[in-house]
Design a protein around this ligand. Structure first.
Ligand SMILES: C[S@@+](CC[C@H](N)C(=O)[O-])C[C@H]1O[C@@H](n2cnc3c(N)ncnc32)[C@H](O)[C@@H]1O
Length: 183
């Protein structure tokens, strides 16, 4: 499964350059934030999490690796437009809870949906948002269904919305991608 979810990085990588502005909407322990910092050497990374511990762990991880091109925001991703005042080239959501962390703190459909639509508003033409969804637990299943329903309403002339999933394992994690056409 990890291999499947790694495809979101493959898709993201295609859409960013060294001077890109990007966002990790679910920072967690900062693995994805670190990966983004390593790619956008002259660019900038915004990262969000509701858990202070996540922000502290990530700050330690990034500074330990010598990065300073980031802003770690201790707030929900649904508030991202308060903090990001420019277009982003790419954004990543990795839903659910922190592996090895408190399972009672996890993403929720009522904040995930507005966060994804705010991220889409911030996205520059030609940019990409990826969302890793975990339908193996009940909230993850609901988040996935709601996102599919609402994202299917986006104009096919402005966006390419795709799903990357295992057709023979409906409970397996899957990826939703939203690309804003460059026109
Ligand atoms: C699957 S983990 C992310 C893993 C992370 N990308 C990494 O590389 O370690 C999901 C994270 O989303 C966070 N989260 C939950 N609700 C959130 C919200 N409304 N806004 C931002 N982060 C949220 C959780 O605290 C958790 O750390």
């Amino acid at each position: 499964m990890t291999e499947l979810l790694n495809f979101s990085k493959t898709f993201i990588k295609e859409h960013i350059k060294e001077d890109s502005v990007v966002a990790d909407f679910t920072m967690g322990n900062g693995h994805d934030t670190l990966w983004l910092c390593s790619l956008v050497k002259n660019g900038f990374v915004y990262a969000f999490d509701v858990q202070e511990q996540a922000v502290n762990n990530t700050r330690e991880r990034l500074t330990g690796e010598g990065y300073s091109n980031f802003q770690l925001i201790h707030d929900g991703h649904q508030n991202c437009e308060k903090y990001i005042d420019r277009e982003i080239d790419a954004g990543m959501f990795n839903l659910g809870w922190l592996p090895g962390g408190d399972k009672s703190i996890h993403t929720l459909r009522e904040s995930t949906l507005p966060a994804v639509f705010s991220a889409i508003k911030l996205l520059r033409k030609g940019g990409l948002i990826t969302i890793n969804v975990y339908p193996g637990h009940s909230e993850g299943k609901c988040e996935g269904e709601l996102l599919m329903e609402e994202l299917s309403k986006l104009s096919k002339f402005e966006y390419c919305v795709f799903v990357f999933r295992l057709v023979n394992s409906p409970e397996a994690p899957f990826i939703i991608g939203i690309e804003k056409y460059n026109k």
